[in-house]
Design a protein around this ligand. Structure first.
Ligand code: GLA
Ligand code: ZN
Length: 671
């Protein structure tokens, strides 16, 4: 849909489930959706049971009627394939479709997102249904996109998956000797003599309660295998649809920083990225911003779709607070500010039964337009109509990148030491926040992405350095790039095997340091260091390091390692390698990263107080600066540029004052 010229504006709409309602209510829904300026509906997300009642028995009459209805009313469609939950009869007749969980328990029919990705039944019937849908509805010119399944996720430990895991290992490692090497099975007498000896790592084998594993290598490979298994199931549907409607883009709705699936690999097989954004009401703004940037990065900065958000409230938090007036609009523009070209909701109409009956919707149980939520949705809809195509296709022009790597995330999370308090995502977010707070644009990139377009690359906790990645960093820094990494970096290779000869292993020459030990501190214990006349905390993990050519910028002040360097800078080729040997405070990261940006000539889009976010997107129509006031009170900006606020049509000259009320947003198109 991002690429469909038919909707030459930001598509606006979301999940619509008329099949859950009597037909006589449909026309009234249409009236209300029009009134709310909705122009796209996601149909057919969970209809497998009604579309297929036996192996060869399909029923499309109801969906035909729904398609006629929405077409008649000029709505575009994001057409789902319904395979996010299999029918009950299928589970009874073909139990191979049921998953086995981490504890080894075989599931019965129930819930959703419940199919084993390697089940022959699933792999047969899911693409078969997708093909039938594509074939039947290809004549409609209002299908803007295909939406495969729904929020893929989870894992399976069934016997079939176990068999497939062995095949996957054989293809990857060729010999059992190589498997033994990469898993270091000489430890605890785990030597495997045959691929048949290998079992899946869960509570019945390598895992302990709480998700810890005895064999990181096995668990790491299982995670790769599981992510790929689910991806392969998606690809079967993709191929089935693409063969029939090659011009309609295909997506599936992702979930941001979702650990089980390596979205960077998934992104390669999606025509555009779409994701579901459900931050808790008190989630830090930068955590949402980072996730948008992460999703944008999956396709090297190409605009993405906000596939779902709630218009008002979720149903699955312990306490589901309403989005305050203006927040839905603000967060919608936040998505656009970070690269979304589509704004959509879950859902159009609140269901009357089951677990989502109290989830927010455009049409509430009251059934009419006289609600706060409806009015807010309609107002945003009118604004997006007026905004038109201006921002479509615009990209970030960030000069700073933060590396995010799923393999590294998996490896850090099962590292078994030095501390359970280390959370990779959290560490990435700390660095992100430092830049976010200064309105310095960031691209979130993966290990395959090009580094040369950036002046600064930050790789927080780069624990796993895959073969060849050190070389990529090395040549980037040699030719003038600035590279920064933090504690617990360069320890292992892609198999989670330690690189011997001293940490940070393959990064040692680039950083000009040798890390001898690492000290894990309990939550209430801190060391300290002084930098630029200020004292900052050193917490959680403290690397004890020696410089080997790097300049030490700060030193630990306490404990037996007082006087050892904690912050280093190494001139390497034409560039620099920086190392932050501990976890410090937000204030520190802001100061230190801010300085490095300044040295690299990287400028904030604009200076604003905390709680006022600013981003920039650029397309052939111009440069767009998004101002988002997340605070409750007014914010008065003195604009360092002139331009027109596309949301209210007002024009500004450089130095003019723009007053942004609490929760308000502006999109200034620069002159
Ligand atoms: C997810 C799903 C939707 C719905 C919403 C509720 O994002 O994709 O089907 O369950 O959550 O928040
Ligand atoms: Zn399985």
């Amino acid at each position: 849909m991002v690429e469909t010229p038919r909707i030459n504006k930001i598509p606006y709409g979301g999940d619509y489930n008329p099949e859950q309602w009597p037909e006589e209510t449909w026309e009234e829904d249409m009236r209300l959706l029009k009134l709310a300026h909705i122009d796209i509906v996601t149909l057919n997300v969970f209809s497998w049971a009604s579309l297929q009642s036996d192996d060869d028995v399909y029923h499309f009459e109801k969906l035909d009627k729904i398609m006629e209805l929405v077409q008649k009313h000029g709505l575009n469609v994001c057409m789902a394939t319904s395979t996010g939950a299999h029918p009950a009869w299928m589970a009874r007749k073909h139990p191979d479709i049921l998953r086995v969980d981490h504890s080894g328990m075989k599931h019965k029919f129930g819930a959703r997102h419940n199919s084993c990705p390697n089940s022959p039944t699933y792999r047969k019937y899911a693409p078969a249904l997708a093909a039938k849908l594509a074939d039947r509805y290809k004549k409609y010119d209002n299908i803007a996109a295909w939406h495969i399944s729904n929020e893929y996720g989870g894992e399976c430990y069934c016997e079939n998956c176990e068999k497939k895991f062995r095949e996957w290992l054989r293809a990857r490692y060729k010999t059992i000797e190589e498997v033994n090497r990469v898993w270091n099975t000489a430890f605890w007498g785990h030597t495997f003599y045959d691929f048949e000896d290998i079992v899946l790592p869960n509570l019945l084998s390598e895992h302990m309660d709480g998700g810890r594993t005895c064999f990181q290598g096995i668990t790491l490979d299982y995670r790769r295998f599981n992510s790929e298994s689910i991806l392969n199931a998606y690809r079967l549907e993709y191929d089935a649809i693409h063969a029939i409607t090659p011009d309609i883009p295909i997506t599936t709705n992702l979930m941001g920083a979702y650990q089980p699936l390596d979205y960077q690999m998934w992104g390669k097989y999606m025509d555009f990225i779409s994701w579901d954004n459900y931050p808790a009401n008190d989630a830090p703004i930068e955590s949402t911003a980072m996730r948008h940037d992460l999703m944008r990065g999956l396709k090297q900065g190409k605009p993405f779709a906000l596939m779902e958000q709630t218009p008002s409230v979720t149903n699955w938090l312990p306490c589901n607070m309403l989005k305050r007036p203006g927040v839905m609009r603000l967060w919608s523009y936040q998505a656009v500010a970070h690269g979304a070209d589509t704004v959509m909701f879950f859902q159009m109409k609140r269901s009357i039964g089951a677990c989502e009956k109290y989830h927010g919707a455009v049409i509430d149980h009251a059934g009419h337009e006289n609600t706060r939520v409806f009015r807010e949705v309609a107002q945003l809809g009118a604004e997006l109509d007026a905004l038109g195509a201006q921002t479509l296709g615009a990209r970030s022009d960030a000069k700073t990148a933060i590396l995010f790597d799923w393999d590294n995330w998996w490896a850090v999370s099962c590292s078994a030491g030095p501390t359970v308090y280390l959370d990779y995502c959290d560490e990435v977010q700390r660095c992100y926040k430092a830049l976010f707070d200064q309105n310095i644009p960031v691209d979130m990139i993966g290990v395959e992405d090009d580094l040369s377009r950036y002046d600064l690359v930050i790789a927080p906790v780069l624990y796993m350095v895959k073969t060849g990645y050190d070389e990529k960093i090395r040549s980037y820094v040699k030719s003038g790039g600035r590279f920064l990494t933090t504690f617990f970096s360069g320890y292992v290779d892609e198999h989670d095997l330690v690189t011997v000869g001293g940490y940070p292993g393959r990064l040692r020459d680039i950083l000009g340091i040798w890390v001898e030990e690492e000290d894990a501190l309990p939550a209430d214990m801190h060391n300290h260091f002084r930098y630029q006349d200020k004292t900052y905390p050193a917490s959680m993990l403290c690397d004890l390091l020696h410089t080997e050519g790097a300049e030490a910028l700060a030193f630990y002040e306490e404990d037996f390692y007082a006087g050892m360097p904690v912050l280093t800078k190494n001139a390497f080729g034409k560039g620099f390698g920086y190392y932050v040997a501990t976890r410090s405070s937000d204030e520190f990261y802001r100061q230190f990263l801010g300085e490095i940006c300044k040295d690299s000539g990287i400028m904030p889009v604009m200076d604003t107080p905390d709680g006022v976010e600013v981003t920039r997107r650029v397309n052939e129509k111009g440069v767009f600066v998004f101002l988002l006031n997340h605070r409750d009170d007014d914010y008065t900006a003195v604009l360092p540029f002139g331009g027109a606020n596309l949301l209210d049509g007002k024009n500004y000259k450089t130095g003019d004052t723009l007053i942004l009320a609490g929760k308000d947003a502006a999109i200034v198109k620069l002159q």
